[in-house]
Design a protein around this ligand. Structure first.
Ligand SMILES: Nc1nc2c(c(=O)[nH]1)N[C@H]1C(S)=C(S)[C@@H](COP(=O)(O)OP(=O)(O)OC[C@H]3O[C@@H](n4cnc5c(=O)[nH]c(N)nc54)[C@H](O)[C@@H]3O)O[C@H]1N2
Ligand SMILES: Nc1nc2c(c(=O)[nH]1)N[C@H]1C(S)=C(S)[C@@H](COP(=O)(O)OP(=O)(O)OC[C@H]3O[C@@H](n4cnc5c(=O)[nH]c(N)nc54)[C@H](O)[C@@H]3O)O[C@H]1N2
Ligand SMILES: [Mo]
Length: 670
């Protein structure tokens, strides 16, 4: 059986490398590639479903056109001619800004990003800034450190104390777990800080159940104690930091007793954690993305970063505040992918505000929408509002593998190739520095086409200049030119197997020279002030969660929608296979509302409602209702019908978790 290599295309922390068995053009097995040290010897639940997904009978196989009475199959020639006509028409009448290009992380290969260059060749487009995912924290770390870098997983066993803060690796990135176990074997203590007692709690020595969106206050309270008790690293602060005095004045206002009121964490526990973090070194903070999907999310991350600076836990093995890792990113030619050399015009809107943008942008209005590698009608906040806004856009094209909620709302659906059906290069910005090449190993079903080919054909029909006509391999070579120039690594080298970036640092900021203009860590960020943000990591109450009037109207439960262990977002929620959506509730909550395990619960926010089957769990806080994100509209439990399209304090991030709901037994009405 011939053996090949590839990598997981999912938008995930671990981005595993794979060994793939193929017989002819049929993939027979996808296995972990131990040559990639993070992947090691196993792949996760979602990774194990690649074979199912690639061979799924519901794969889109032909271009489909919405006729008003349903979709009808059309030829590629017809589809491309229609698209060219609509794009040219909109450009001629209203200019290229009337075309909006939306994409997300549905496929992690560099080649798929060439779509952006197509729109630049067209003259430009309306594009997003920010994200549904992680951009508040990215903005925060850029203010503090002037860059976003993480410790390698293999550095973790040097830690003596590990704070897993708003992250759930047992579900979302299991390849971190062996490294945590190793650290524990070496004597490290592990504390999990999360409102929910997630599966990760089983790995922790202590679970600190904090009120949602109050982590910033916890961090300020810990800093208060560290400064009061002299548990700070004075040398690190004086040599490598700026803005300490105003920050010290800020934390002065957060004694642990008051912080306890805000966070719901006992004063003694706050003090113990602060003392421990100040004394037991090195201490590693592993941040997730959950805690920054609140209106105060950016400042939360800044307040936590400051703890590491205060204690000098930066640039040392076993320390750091690991959030994301942009070590490889500079070696991918983003400017080429985006077509910056083609001088496109651009209009930006904040990504979580797509509905608002579609409704409000007038000069010009959006005439054409092209969506790829994303399912915003399921995954963006306030998705019903988005569905309404969609209706007003005259021509919508969605490139997809499946008939998702978003594809179903399109005028034209283009069937795309899955990974293994095309060559691509995979890299990661969440944790590690591996680059993995995957060749084409299987023929796509039906008439599926790679986006590069689609865009190439369109550029041909529309006679656009500046869009490449190179074969895929050569284009990948072009995209990684910065890597080749700086490190001498060509695509041929990458074809040999997964490669960790040479010189990639397991311990960032070792020289303690930061990426900020003065090279210092910034407790006080003049850049943040210049951007109209708080210069200090202040704590502000969340918006909806602290809305007393809403509480009084019965919307008194936090609607928590974390990532599912068995699916990457909506991708593994194919209607015919899906088990029943669950709403996890505390037994007391259920009793109070008169339902039992198995009851259908109606969950409602001021934006919409869903239904799910009650599952009672002692571990769910009394104030929360938990439903995993990713459920499609047809399941009745599409969580983003409830969530807001509100932004966080920085980074144009979606505050998806700032959501209150009320519940009732389904069928009762009110
Ligand atoms: N199986 C699977 N794996 C995935 C994904 C998936 O959908 N499925 N998605 C991938 C993607 S795109 C991402 S971004 C990552 C996300 O990876 P993670 O950040 O690990 O996961 P999240 O579910 O986003 O949130 C993590 C935790 O944040 C907690 N949380 C929410 N609000 C707060 C708060 O105010 N304070 C604190 N301390 N904690 C809070 C939630 O309870 C949750 O347990 O996972 C990736 N991996
Ligand atoms: N309530 C709530 N909402 C959330 C979150 C949450 O925690 N709670 N998490 C947010 C986060 S962190 C993220 S990252 C977003 C994710 O938002 P999305 O990226 O929009 O979500 P996915 O469901 O992963 O959709 C990706 C789609 O890409 C398709 N796809 C896969 N490969 C290809 C390809 O090669 N080409 C094309 N054209 N399509 C392909 C898949 O079939 C899938 O439908 O969701 C956000 N939404
Ligand atoms: Mo994400």
């Amino acid at each position: 059986m011939p053996v090949f290599r590839s990598a997981c295309p999912h938008n995930c922390w671990d981005q595993c490398s794979f060994i793939v068995n193929a017989a002819g053009s049929t993939i027979t097995a996808v296995k972990p590639d131990p040559a990639q040290k993070v992947t090691g010897s196993f792949i996760c639940r979602k990774g194990k479903r690649h074979l199912e997904r690639i061979n799924h009978p519901a794969r889109l196989k032909h271009p489909l056109l919405q006729t008003g009475r349903g979709f009808k199959r059309v030829t590629w020639d017809e589809a491309l001619a229609l698209m060219a006509e609509k794009l040219s028409g909109a450009t001629a009448r209203l200019g290229p800004l009337s075309i909006l290009h939306y994409f997300d992380g549905g496929h992690g290969g560099v080649l798929k990003n060439i779509e952006s260059r197509f729109f630049s060749a067209l003259g430009g487009c309306t594009a997003h800034r920010g994200s549904l995912c992680w951009s508040a924290g990215l903005a925060a770390q850029r203010y503090d450190f002037g860059g976003v870098l993480s410790h390698g997983y293999d550095d973790l066993p040097h830690s003596r104390l590990i704070l897993i803060w708003g992250r759930n690796p047992a579900a979302t990135g299991q390849h971190l777990l062996p490294f945590i176990r190793q650290a524990k074997k070496n004597g490290a203590r592990v504390v999990l800080i999360d409102p929910l007692k997630t599966a990760t709690a089983a790995l922790a020595d202590e679970h600190m159940a904090i009120n949602p969106a109050t982590d910033g206050a916890l961090a300020l309270g810990m800093a208060h104690l560290l400064i009061r008790e002299g548990l700070t690293d004075g040398l690190f602060i004086s040599r490598h930091c700026s803005g300490f005095e105003p920050y010290r004045d800020l934390v002065e206002r957060y004694p642990p007793r008051e912080v306890s009121q805000i966070t719901g964490v006992a004063q003694a526990a706050i003090e113990k954690l602060a003392r421990e973090y100040g004394a037991v070194k090195p201490g590693a903070i592993l941040l997730g993305y959950g805690l920054q999907r609140h209106t105060n999310g950016g400042n939360t991350i800044r307040a936590i970063d400051a703890l590491a600076a205060l204690t000098g836990n930066i640039g040392v093995p076993g320390g750091g505040v690991s959030y994301a890792n942009f070590q490889v990113a500079p070696w991918i030619d983003q400017a080429y992918l985006e077509g910056a050399d083609l001088s496109p015009c651009r209009r930006f809107y904040p990504k979580p505000g797509l509905a608002e943008a579609l409704r409000e942008m007038r000069d010009p209005p959006v005439e054409c929408l092209y969506i790829s590698r994303a399912n915003p009608l399921t995954q963006a906040g306030n998705s019903r509002k988005l569905a309404e806004a969609f209706k007003a856009v005259p021509f919508k094209v969605v490139a997809e593998l499946f008939m998702t909620d978003t594809a179903a709302a399109a005028d034209l659906v283009l069937p795309s190739t899955y990974f293994l059906e095309e060559e691509d290069l995979y890299f990661n910005s969440m944790s590690h520095t591996y680059l993995s090449y995957g060749p084409k190993l299987a023929e796509p079903p039906g008439e599926c086409r790679h986006e590069y080919r689609i865009m190439q054909d369109l550029a041909g029909i529309m006679k656009l200049r500046g869009f490449p006509a190179l074969p895929g391999s050569e284009l990948i070579g072009r995209i990684i030119r910065p890597l080749t120039v700086s490190h001498g690594i060509s695509l041929d080298k990458l074809k040999e197997g997964p490669l960790a970036l040479p010189g990639g640092e397991a311990v960032p900021w070792r020289r303690r020279v930061f990426g900020t203009p003065d090279g210092k860590y910034h407790f006080f960020s003049a850049q943040a002030a210049a951007d109209g943000r708080d210069p200090l990591p202040v704590y502000r109450e969340p918006s909806e969660l602290a809305d007393r009037e809403l509480h009084a109207r019965g919307y008194r439960y936090w609607f928590a929608t974390p990532h599912p262990p068995d699916s990457i977002h909506s991708a593994h929620r194919m209607p015919e296979r899906s088990p029943q959506p669950r709403a996890y509730l505390h037994p007391e909550t259920a009793r109070e509302h008169g339902f039992t395990a198995g009851s259908k619960v109606r969950i409602e926010s001021k934006r919409g409602s869903i239904e799910a089957t009650a599952q009672l769990e002692e571990t769910v806080p009394r104030y929360a209702v938990v439903v995993y994100e990713g459920w499609w509209q047809c399941s009745g439990a599409a969580v983003n019908n409830l969530t807001p399209d509100r932004l966080t304090d920085m980074g144009e991030q979606a505050a998806l978790y700032d959501c209150l709901c009320r519940i009732e037994k389904s069928g009762i009405g009110h």
